[in-house]
Design a protein around this ligand. Structure first.
Ligand code: NAD
Ligand code: GLY
Length: 377
């Protein structure tokens, strides 16, 4: 724990990747000290803030003032809020605009926003001029605990999420927990699903802590929030340091995601089912599949379901937007996931809460049975 002179306690975690190592700072008020933290890590004081239409009026002036105070020359580019921004058209516009405004190899992009802004900015940074620096200033809970850390950058393509992208690490992550105060409750809850994911995949004690303190995290208790974000980032940092390119254990971070991506594809990757909401349902399905295969005690499934429901997350898919869920179609979407290996979908299953593992040889009739129950619920 280090002291943040501006506002209070700040947690510091290092993602240990040799020469590409970087810090994650977590605490209240970091937007206002971002300039000094970024300046300390730049060779050239020149930056672009990339943000979205919802976040810009809330935070971009404060971040800009902090960059100015630290002597960083900067401009701001505001993209439309929403998942549709993570696609080829907006990506082309963004990189063209950056080039038009004179981005150089030593310029740094600062992503101020949720996972959409972080992912498209990271991808732009990884491709512009063969790679320039970027910093993540995540402002959603999902982005603070997951998308801003670990260097996965992407845009969507066709009907698939994140199909065009790269592994490209930021230089710094600044997670200001106070920014979550303006986040809509639904977005906060969706991000909370990713926090629960860490307990379920690798830390039963943390899951028990969330059972007791999840309400405090969601209601805005600063120390509970900092603890939840820091614990999540610490777990993610350790996994990424071991397996940056997802050749092994990093896939554990996809607990619930094989199901989630199929549900999101069917609901149109938008407001009908947010990514984190789909992950919550997907994690229940992953535990149900584990129990069906006698790998995990049924009581664990009940505990997972109970905690997610207690905080207000759905644990079964919503009604299909066009009438009826088609299980065969969901199975084919699962088969089209980018994590398919040698034609077989990869599932993350669990032996118990806090002990997940990667499974590649799952009989799809078991998956069909689980999905059939879920959509009938
Ligand atoms: P998002 O970026 O769309 O943000 C959600 C909404 O909250 C948006 O409307 C945004 O404008 C608004 N918002 C952001 N910060 C706010 C604030 N402080 N106050 C008020 N409103 C605010 O969505 P998200 O949930 O942050 O991220 C989802 C994206 O992240 C998806 O595209 C997903 O694929 C991606 N993702 C990437 C990774 C990765 O490792 N790179 C991991 C998980 C998810
Ligand atoms: N969100 C999963 C990962 O970063 O690997």
């Amino acid at each position: 724990m280090t002291a943040n002179p501006a506002d209070g306690p700040t947690e510091q975690i290092t993602v240990d990747l040799g020469q590409r190592s970087y810090d994650i700072l977590i605490g209240p008020g970091l937007v206002d000290s971002a300039g000094a933290e970024i300046a300390a890590r730049l060779t050239t004081p020149r930056a672009f803030i990339i943000t979205d239409t919802n976040v810009a009026p809330l935070l971009s002036d404060r971040l800009a003032a902090s960059l100015t105070a630290a002597g960083i020359d900067h401009q701001t580019i505001v993209l439309p809020a929403g998942e549709a921004t993570k696609s080829f058209g907006p990506f082309e516009k963004l990189v063209s605009e950056l080039l038009r405004r004179g981005v150089e190899r030593a310029t740094t992009l600062v992503a101020l926003g949720g996972g959409v802004i972080g992912d498209i900015t990271g991808f732009a940074a990884s491709t512009l001029l063969r790679g320039i620096n970027y910093v993540q200033v995540p402002t959603t809970l999902l982005a603070q605990v997951d998308s801003s850390v670990g260097g996965k950058t992407a845009i969507n393509a066709g009907n698939g999420k994140n199909l065009v992208g790269s592994f490209y690490q930021p230089r710094l992550v600044l997670a200001d927990t106070q920014t979550l105060d303006t986040l809509p409750k639904r977005e906060l809850l969706a991000g909370y699903a990713e926090v629960v994911k860490y307990g379920l995949l690798g830390d039963a004690e943390f899951f028990a802590w969330l059972e007791a303190n999840g309400a405090a995290v969601l209601s805005g208790d600063d120390s509970a929030r900092i603890h939840a974000v820091a614990k999540s980032c610490r777990m993610k940092a350790a996994i990424v340091a071991e397996d940056e390119h997802e050749r092994g254990q990093r896939a554990l971070l996809n607990l619930g995601h094989t199901f989630a991506h199929a549900l999101e594809a069917e609901t149109g990757f938008g407001d009908k089912l947010l990514h984190g909401e789909a992950v919550a349902i997907g994690m229940v399905l992953a535990f149900e599949l584990s129990a069906r295969l006698n790998l995990c005690p049924p009581n664990d499934v009940a505990r997972v379901r109970q905690h997610l429901a207690a905080v207000g997350l759905s644990t079964d898919p919503p009604p299909h937007p066009k009438g009826q869920w088609d299980i065969a179609r969901l199975i084919s979407l699962i088969g089209a996931d980018k994590k398919v290996a040698q034609g077989k979908p990869v599932f993350v299953l669990a032996r118990t809460i806090g002990d997940a593992f990667i499974a590649r040889d799952i009989d799809l009739t078991d998956v069909e049975a689980i999905l059939g129950r879920a959509v009938a619920a």
